[in-house]
Ligand binder design. Structure first.
Ligand code: GH3
Ligand code: MG
Ligand code: MG
Ligand code: MG
Ligand code: MG
Length: 305
């Protein structure tokens, strides 16, 4: 479906777009900010290191990046952003007087290159054009990656993004945990209370899992019918166990009656695995799946790691 540029939602999202300017020279920073701050939400940073931290904490929609900076330079900053899962999709425009570095900027993953000194109107229009592309991209992602029934991410999102998260974690030698969640006796639930009620329970469980996650990088996808998968970046066994227990307890505490369950209410079984503790023969998902069945086998309404 073609997306209309005059679409109200798109216009609104442009107005609230966040642009991060990374510039060490105060005077230049003031000029750049002046050109953009009436039209967008402008954030500023004086160094590459600070910009990276800021991007992880409060990701902007676009970055205007200087090359000559104290500490790591703009090109190194861009490479770091592009190699990190949470920040790799943020478009970067280089803004510099160093024309000789143009090739290096493209190679680092820039979407545009603007020479200093810059005409403020040109700067505004170039930034707006890239923000529009970003807004379209976000809107399209929303349609492709969201499950209709529960409004959480779908299987396609998990399949596409978990690979990237895994690669990023392996590169950084960081941990990452996976939880596979399956609703207990759900066929009997449908057979007893009807599919409409079953759908409502799926929805409620999806929202409960979502609310149980605390870090911005954590996410849940609907993996299949009554199964969900939770991804917890930078989380090891201990942390993942805590999250899994919290999710299991929160679902039980919804208090949804299920007369064919020995637990009396709707419950879930969870299997967990982490990148660092998996063995070579099985991947993280296969391990989590095995452990989920272990939870079923041991009586359901429990977590296995
Ligand atoms: P177990 O405790 O071993 O997981 O038993 P179970 O009955 O939950 O497992 P089974 O795999 O036999 O059945 C899963 C059921 O989930 C079958 C299907 O009716 C139900 N289901 C799958 N997708 C949907 C859905 O979108 N809506 C509803 N209402 N039910 C669904
Ligand atoms: Mg500079
Ligand atoms: Mg199942
Ligand atoms: Mg089930
Ligand atoms: Mg089953």
């Amino acid at each position: 479906m073609p997306i209309n540029y005059s679409d109200h939602a798109l216009q609104l999202s442009l107005k609230s777009s966040k642009v991060l300017i990374v510039e060490d020279q105060l005077l230049t920073l003031i000029v750049l900010r002046k050109a953009l701050s009436d039209r967008f939400n402008v954030m500023t940073s004086r160094s590459g290191e600070e910009a990276i931290d800021l991007c992880k904490l409060d990701p902007p929609d676009l970055i205007l990046l200087d090359i000559n900076l104290e500490g790591i330079n703009g090109i190194e900053t861009c490479l770091k952003l592009k190699n990190t899962y949470e920040t790799q999709d943020i478009p970067v425009i280089f803004i510099t007087s160093l024309e000789s570095e143009e090739g290096a900027c493209w190679e680092a993953g820039a979407v545009d290159f603007i020479k200093k000194p810059t005409n403020p109107e040109t700067l505004f229009r170039r930034v707006r054009a890239h923000l529009m592309i970003k807004a379209q991209h976000d809107l399209l992602n929303q349609k492709v990656f969201i499950d209709d029934l529960t409004q959480i991410y779908n299987r396609r999102y998990f399949d596409t993004h978990f690979i990237k998260i895994e690669q990023s974690a392996l590169r950084e030698n960081a941990d990452c945990a996976l939880l596979l969640i399956d609703i207990d006796y759900f066929k009997q639930y449908n057979d007893t209370y009807g599919h409409v009620q079953g759908d409502a329970v799926l929805n409620l469980v999806a929202q409960t899992i979502t609310k149980s996650l605390q870090r911005p990088a954590d996410f849940v996808s609907r993996f299949g019918g009554e199964e969900f998968v939770v991804v917890l970046p930078h989380t090891g066994n201990k942390g993942a166990n805590c999250v899994a227990d919290k999710i299991k307890n929160n679902v039980m505490q919804l208090g949804i009656l299920h007369k064919h369950s020995e637990h009396e209410f709707v419950t879930i079984s969870i299997g967990g695995a982490t990148l660092q503790t998996r063995d070579n023969s099985k991947n993280t998902l296969q391990l989590a799946d095995e452990r989920m069945y272990q939870s079923k086998f041991q009586g359901r309404n429990q977590v296995s790691f």
